[in-house]
Design a protein around this ligand. Structure first.
Ligand code: FES
Length: 165
């Protein structure tokens, strides 16, 4: 796709946002605003935890690989209001994060978030493009926003990552 097509793709996400709405009884909830304009986004997540086999990279045969508990995003929704970039970014991010485990969320960097947009974002619009990402990443650093996730999966990985934009 060329830049024009990517722009149209963003506009489509703005006009028809994916995962817009609320989740009954969410396991994660956080809301933040863009201080430059007051626009705000709330993100809600439902997690599911299941036992899965650990890494099979070792020489141990698959049947002997121990099962470990893995918490994944079962459902994720956003709500709120904002400009086309912030809403399209929230739509794209929530699509991308479905089914991801805590490890995936931890590693999901701001560069990857900007990469999802596939268009160049000017410095003036960075706050817009990263609003949803900040809501998710900052929210996961605060225990009061999360439940049904084992503490060892959340801590200490996300504690030291702070976006200073
Ligand atoms: Fe408010 Fe973009 S202008 S989030």
């Amino acid at each position: 796709m060329n830049q024009l097509m990517y722009r149209e793709h963003l506009i489509e996400h703005y006009k028809n946002p994916q995962n817009y709405g609320h989740i009954d009884n969410p396991d994660f909830k956080n809301k933040e605003d863009n201080p430059l304009c007051g626009d705000e986004i709330e993100i809600e997540v439902k997690f599911s935890t299941a036992k899965e086999r650990g890494s099979t990279k070792s020489k141990v045969t698959t049947s002997k690989v121990p099962k470990i508990k893995v918490t994944k995003i079962k459902d994720i929704k956003f709500s709120g209001h904002g400009c086309a970039i912030s809403q399209a970014a929230a739509s794209l991010m929530t699509e991308h994060m479905k089914g991801k485990n805590i490890e995936d969320i931890k590693k999901f960097s701001r560069e990857e978030m900007l990469g999802l947009l596939k268009v160049e974002v000017t410095p003036m619009r960075l706050k817009c493009a990263l609003l949803a990402w900040n809501v998710l990443q900052n929210g996961l650093r605060d225990d009061k926003n999360i439940r049904n996730v084992p503490q060892q999966e959340i801590k200490p990985h996300l504690r030291n990552k702070k976006d200073n934009d």
